[in-house]
Design a binder for this molecule. Structure first.
Ligand code: HEC
Length: 97
């Protein structure tokens, strides 16, 4: 009797400890800023979409805060999707000063 109770408890503990863990991993992936691949995509988009109207700006010329505002006004001009907007932003702020 005692053994059955303990086994039940152990199974219960296992399932609670596993489930939130895998959810957390999925959540982290969803909210995480870009992967290296997305930053590379951002660079390509930046180099192609952002030189149509003017010279390509130097990513290091602006702070990450300034880039938020710049991207908010430029992403619609360059007709970027929300994802592309995010990738380009992640690329420009990833460039080392
Ligand atoms: C449809 C034309 C057009 C496209 C495409 C465009 N821009 Fe611009 N951009 C402008 C114009 C016009 C200005 C100057 C006037 C202004 O600031 O709105 C400008 C200014 C800027 C500036 C200077 C802002 C400052 O405060 O000095 C930056 C940086 C910039 N753009 C970045 C980008 C980036 C990054 C992209 C690609 C996502 C992009 N632009 C795409 C038209 C464009």
């Amino acid at each position: 009797m005692k053994n059955i109770l303990l086994t039940g408890l152990a199974i219960g503990l296992l399932s609670v400890s596993c489930t939130p863990k895998s959810n957390a991993a999925t959540e982290a992936q969803k909210v995480s800023t870009s992967t290296a691949e997305q930053i590379a995509q951002g660079k390509t988009i930046f180099e192609n979409a952002c030189k149509r109207c003017h010279e390509l700006p130097e990513p290091t010329k602006f702070t990450s805060v300034e880039w938020v505002g710049i991207m908010n006004s430029m992403a619609p001009k360059a007709k970027l999707s929300d994802e592309q907007h995010q990738w380009v932003y992640d690329y420009v702020v990833s460039v080392k000063k």
